[in-house]
Design a protein. Structure first.
Length: 178
């Protein structure tokens, strides 16, 4: 399928994801918390749709993901604490990692899954991933697959560093906020 012929398919996948996100946010009351949660779900769905829709461009090597410098630093030295002497410095380092990785794990939190959203995302990915014939080979040739493996290593290093810094905060008896 040519990129021009693929455009309607990408639009269709993005629409399905957007509708799945909207369907899960309806029926909430008018209070501010519900509106914030609803807009947060919508933003997350929109972000996911954009991620899925841009996958063929990344597969072909046309588009690349932006790599946060803090994750590159974490990969280079995940357990270094030079220049991190105070609780404020440790907290700032954890906040920077949170910005790159998303929120940290919260103990006692309930796991919730949006089944309709997950089904829509799986369908969208299946449609988008079928656009490029011999996709796995194309991804290796263009460098997209090695770039994804590198990004996975960066995320793993960032998660390890954040956990390590949380442990250092605990050992130094720092007051830790979520």
């Amino acid at each position: 399928m040519t990129p021009i012929a693929a455009a309607p398919v990408v639009l269709l996948a993005a629409t399905v994801l957007a509708l799945a996100g909207c369907a899960t946010s309806q029926g909430q009351g008018p209070d501010r918390k519900a509106q914030t949660a609803s807009s947060s779900k919508y933003d997350e769905t929109r972000k996911q749709a954009m991620e899925i829709g841009s996958q063929p461009a990344r597969d072909m090597g046309i588009s690349k993901r932006k790599v946060p410098a803090v994750l590159e630093d974490a990969l280079a030295d995940p357990y270094g604490i030079r220049k991190l002497k105070t609780c404020a410095q440790l907290a700032a380092a954890v906040r920077t990692l949170n910005e790159a990785l998303g929120p940290d794990y919260q103990a006692g939190g309930e796991y919730r899954e949006n089944r309709a959203g997950k089904l829509a995302a799986a369908g969208g990915k299946a449609v988008i991933n079928s656009i490029i014939p011999y996709r796995a080979l194309v991804r290796e040739i263009t460098g997209a697959a090695p770039a994804d493996r590198h990004m996975d290593a960066l995320i793993d290093a960032g998660l390890a560093r954040r956990g390590f810094l949380r442990g250092v905060q605990y050992k130094q008896r720092c007051k830790v906020r979520s």
